[in-house]
Write a protein that binds this ligand. Structure first.
Ligand code: HEM
Length: 510
């Protein structure tokens, strides 16, 4: 007869033998998988002082972020370890890459093998619910199918006149006596105003309120929404940074801000639903004004889903375009020759508003925006997590040109910021702003400001048109722009990357 202790030992031994068997079987299966795909050992594994949790690697990353050098820090690592290398981040394995072939593989060829990183998604869910930025798999397909028609029905030609009143407000807010203005602040206000008008059919009039010196007073005021939404977004950034530790954190102020933002948006959602359910089913078509939310309500009548998706599109649409504009004007203020060349390009308009077709034909303007998106990509880095064992086409073997095995659960971090600095793709002096480099440049996955594959940005055309239009209007109204800040461009990396010190300039009216 076995004693109880002997029985416990026996069960434990069985358990150890069984799990070892499973591990060995998995190991052999993976080895076979890697062999059949021609995978070789990664060319470079980052030497870690702490091989268990990689705390030295994580510490260095945090230090870089603290001194506003997170993006530069990642770039230095690629210079040190090559274009694809493996490391760890706490307990999970990571692969870092700037190889276009690898990025194409993650985002397109092997799209189904990867999902969004769970840290980011978990941190975003409280504010962004089950929207497109927090979804993968079937739920993402549904989100994309719901959002796409609303983007497709939007006509950019009709969008320009509607933008003009906001441009007017922005120009009014710029001092005409040469005193210093932070254009970045104005661009954020401008894109908030245009995005809310586009999405809800009602602008929050941030630029107007700023000029009047209006503060966020009433709970349901437009200004209060902007404050609450901004606060709730910053709280999310904080949680993304904390990763798993964010579970230990609770901010009543952020919860309150979220509630206020929801209450504000729900008003418009209810209006859109009423329109959807109204007996006059063609009312939406009768009104000439395009309202994204009304279009979206044709695809779904789910109140929470409408709110979630609209908040997601607001996130995508507001900060991104503002950052692109801000980064562009930061450079223009330091390159009077480029500013003058742009003014020459728009001179044929004689001060009138450009049409959509005319905007599309402005070659040098396109070069300038491309160069901004190259040098300071608004979404400078991204991560995908492998949901099954898979491969990357580059990074294995002595020369890094062979495929490498990617274990399920590995986080693949791709740095667009660093890829956009590779001289073999973009020519010399990639740290400098040189729009002329785009003459004759033909690129594929090497230039990736808007992502690629099935999850390519839905608002690319919207963003480029809005940025081009506002830039042209400012070029027409101001003959000169001068930098009023001698500090170098310093990153402020939240959900997007922009200038920590703003875009301090002075402008001379034309
Ligand atoms: C310069 C401006 C913009 C840049 C650089 C940009 C960049 C990006 C990037 C990199 C992604 C992929 C994110 C990821 O998969 O992790 C993305 C997705 C997306 N963008 Fe944009 N974006 C811009 C403006 C806009 C605007 C103005 C809108 C809407 C009005 C918009 C709507 C979206 C949506 C809905 C997605 C999600 C697509 C999906 O997951 O299927 N974007 N954008």
């Amino acid at each position: 007869m076995l004693t109880q202790i002997q029985l416990a030992f026996f069960i434990a031994a069985l358990f150890v033998v069984y799990t070892s068997f499973l591990q060995a079987r998995l190991y052999l299966k993976r080895r076979q998988f890697a062999k059949s795909h021609g995978c070789l050992e990664p060319r470079c594994k980052v030497p870690l002082k702490d091989p268990v949790l990689a705390l030295d690697f994580v510490w260095k990353t945090l230090q870089n972020a603290k001194s506003d050098r997170y993006l530069e820090g990642t770039y230095e690592r690629f210079q040190q370890y090559g274009s694809t290398f493996t490391a760890k981040h706490l307990h999970y394995p990571t692969i870092h890459t700037t190889e276009p072939e690898n990025i194409k593989h993650i985002l397109a060829t092997a799209f189904d093998d990867f999902k969004f990183s769970s840290f980011r998604v978990n941190a975003m869910i409280p504010l962004f619910g089950k929207g497109i930025f927090t979804s993968d798999g079937a739920r993402w397909s549904h989100s994309r199918a719901v959002l796409r028609p609303s983007f497709a029905r939007h006509n950019m030609t009709d969008h320009l006149p509607f933008m003009e009143s906001h441009v007017d407000q922005l120009i009014k807010a710029i001092p005409k006596d040469g005193s210093v203005v932070d254009l970045q602040k104005l661009f954020f206000a401008f894109t908030m105003d245009t995005a809310t008008e586009f999405l809800f059919g009602h602008s929050v009039h941030t630029l107007y309120n700023m000029q009047l010196g209006n503060d966020a007073v009433a709970d349901d005021s437009d200004a209060n929404f902007v404050d609450s939404y901004t606060y709730a977004c910053l709280d999310i950034v904080h949680n993304i940074r904390l990763g798993a530790l964010s579970k230990l954190r609770y901010s009543p102020k952020a919860k309150q801000a979220q509630k206020r933002a929801f209450a504000y948006i729900d008003r418009f959602v209810d209006e859109a639903l009423a329109l959807r359910n109204s007996s006059k089913s063609s009312r939406a078509d009768e009104t000439s004004k395009y309202i994204f939310l009304n279009e979206l309500a044709k695809e779904t009548g789910d109140r929470i889903e409408l709110r979630d998706q609209i908040l997601n599109v607001l996130l995508a649409g507001r900060d991104t375009t503002a950052s692109l504009l801000s980064n562009t004007f930061w450079e223009l203020a330091r390159h009077p020759d480029i500013y003058a060349k742009l003014r020459d390009e728009v001179a044929f308009l004689n001060g009138r508003e450009p049409t959509y077709e005319e905007l599309k034909d402005m070659k040098y303007l396109k070069f300038c925006l491309n160069e901004s998106l190259r040098l300071r990509p608004v979404v400078p880095a991204n991560t995908r997590e492998a949901i099954r064992d898979t491969i990357l086409p580059r990074g294995g073997g002595e020369d890094g040109c062979s495929p490498m095995f990617v274990k399920k659960g590995t986080h693949v971090y791709y740095s667009v910021w660093s890829m956009h600095r590779r001289e073999e793709f973009f020519g010399k002096k990639t740290e400098e702003y040189i729009p002329e480099r785009w003459e004759g440049l033909k690129l594929g996955w090497e230039f990736l400001p808007f992502n690629g594959g099935p999850r390519i940005c839905l608002g690319q055309q919207f963003a480029l048109t809005e940025a081009s239009y506002l830039t042209v209007r400012l070029l027409q109204k101001f003959s000169r722009i001068e930098a009023r800040d001698s500090r170098p461009w310093t990153e402020l990396y939240t959900l997007v990357a922009y200038s920590k010190h703003g875009t301090l300039v002075s402008l001379t009216p034309a």
